[in-house]
Ligand binder design. Structure first.
Ligand SMILES: Cc1cc2nc3c(=O)[nH]c(=O)nc-3n(C[C@H](O)[C@H](O)[C@H](O)COP(=O)(O)OP(=O)(O)OC[C@H]3O[C@@H](n4cnc5c(N)ncnc54)[C@H](O)[C@@H]3O)c2cc1C
Length: 417
């Protein structure tokens, strides 16, 4: 992986400065560079190696990779395919989402470490001369001239760096510095849950990826080959109470909920093996200012429900590239072009967040509060009994609302003047 830190310190000029090298930033960087636009991506970490991120590559993202001619290469990386998802309510298993009817090349979710995916995107993007990725460059401020954002200030190990560009895109995630510095108003939608993430080894014969719901407990188990990635849903801010009860009690409750793992729960040696995701659902009222746009989690932090966060961020990036590549290349970018990106992506964001909030409030929260044995909810019963209907949740989760297709071209880069 390149650290490209030799570019710092000093000042750089580019056409599009992207703050944050997550899924949104890397896909936007790749698409713009491919369309001949000069881009600089600034990523604050030294590498992409971060555990327990969105590791679910959905059919919509597989389709985008296919449209770019990258799918076969991507799927050479180690991954697990999930084409049906079920949940066990008490002792009753119920299938509820079937991806297998989608176009065969995209008829599954690929579970792949996010760092492998981001490394892959970085490698492919470097094939374009207009692409620069600078690692260990943390954006700390915006540069503003006459009410217009004209670049960013970043800190690097070599000292301060200024990147000047007609467009800055905040792809720096749900705690976005860019959106805070731009003073963009955030609508906090709230979430009644948090999630504890952990990994426990997986043995041959263990059950596949799926959910486990029982009295007071809601858990998702993701098959990651030789281990399970486990999402243990807790009430909002419930971590203190769980920690007070102690790790032994937590392991016991995990073993009770997942009996096939009971003999392995002591792989959780300390609380450091249990990572808290404080769930946030929010969105910006306006995603842009003159010279600045936010996309991905920086524009709308997503709940982990449905594992759609990465995919929605990538859909934003595809839409942004489709709309912006030409005005960026021709030097005709206006604030109206930025408004078009928000206009295009607001509906999918709102509908997806609405469904996530419904699932959190109507399903997850009542399960966590339950004290009596649970019945399989009528909707799940219906889905379980009617395989054809299982295509609907697969469509919503896997493809999403208003799927984007790559329309930006592959052109040689335009040198920066
Ligand atoms: C624990 C956890 C589990 C999740 N599970 C799932 C899942 O299973 N499936 C799913 O689809 N989604 C999941 N999500 C959500 C998903 O990871 C995000 O929705 C998705 O990654 C958003 O992509 P993004 O590119 O907008 O932002 P991020 O992925 O947050 O990327 C932002 C990038 O910007 C960098 N950055 C931040 N600040 C700065 C700065 N000031 N300067 C420079 N760089 C900066 C960060 O280091 C990061 O690389 C999960 C999130 C978490 C935290």
């Amino acid at each position: 992986m390149s650290t490209d830190a030799s570019l710092a310190p000093g000042t750089l000029t580019t056409t599009c400065c992207i703050a944050g090298g997550g899924p949104a930033g890397m896909v936007l960087g790749l698409l713009l560079a491919r369309a001949g636009v000069d881009v600089v991506v600034l990523e604050k970490h030294v590498d992409f190696l971060r555990d327990f991120r969105g590791d679910t590559i959905h059919p919509s993202t597989l389709q985008v990779m296919d449209e770019l001619g990258l799918l076969d290469d991507l799927l050479k990386l180690p991954h697990n395919k999930v084409s049906k998802v079920g949940v066990q309510v008490g002792n009753t298993p119920v299938d509820f989402a079937d991806f297998s009817w989608l176009p065969p090349r995209h008829a599954f979710i690929a579970l792949m470490p996010q760092w492998d995916f981001l490394d892959f995107l970085a490698d492919k993007a470097r094939a374009y001369p207009g692409f620069k990725l600078i690692m260990q460059a943390e954006v700390v401020d915006l540069i503003e001239e006459n009410g217009r954002i004209v670049g960013v200030k970043a800190n690097t190990p070599q000292g301060p760096l200024e990147v000047h560009a007609p467009l800055t895109v905040g792809c720096d995630g749900r705690r976005s510095t860019v959106r805070a510095k731009a003073g963009l108003a955030v609508e906090d939608i709230g979430a009644p849950i948090d999630v504890l993430w952990m990994r426990i080894s997986r043995l041959p014969g263990d059950p596949p990826t799926g959910g486990r719901i029982d009295t007071g407990s809601f858990i998702a188990v993701l098959d990651r080959g030789n281990y399970f990635q486990i999402a243990y849903v807790i009430p909002k801010s419930g971590i203190e109470r769980i920690k007070e009860a102690g790790l032994f009690a937590f392991r016991q409750s995990l073993g009770k909920a997942l009996p096939f793992l009971a003999a392995r729960v002591d792989e959780l040696k300390t609380w450091d093996d249990v990572k808290l995701l404080s769930v946030t659902v929010d969105r910006l009222r306006t995603w842009y200012r003159p010279g600045l746009l936010c996309i991905g989690d920086a524009a709308h932090a997503m709940s982990p429900v449905g594992g759609v966060g990465i995919n929605l961020a990538i859909q934003d990036a595809v839409a942004a590239a489709n709309i912006l590549w030409k005005p960026l290349r021709d030097g005709t970018l206006t604030t109206f072009d930025l408004a078009k990106v928000q206009h295009r992506r607001t509906l999918p964001t709102r509908i997806t967040q609405r469904l996530q909030v419904l699932a959190q409030n109507r399903f997850a929260q009542p399960v966590l509060r339950s004290t009596k044995p649970l019945e399989v909810p009528w909707l799940l019963r219906l889905l379980g009994r009617t395989p054809l209907l299982q295509r609907i949740p697969a469509r919503i989760v896997g493809v999403g609302v208003r799927p984007e297709h790559v329309q930006s071209p592959a052109l040689p880069a335009v040198p920066v003047r």
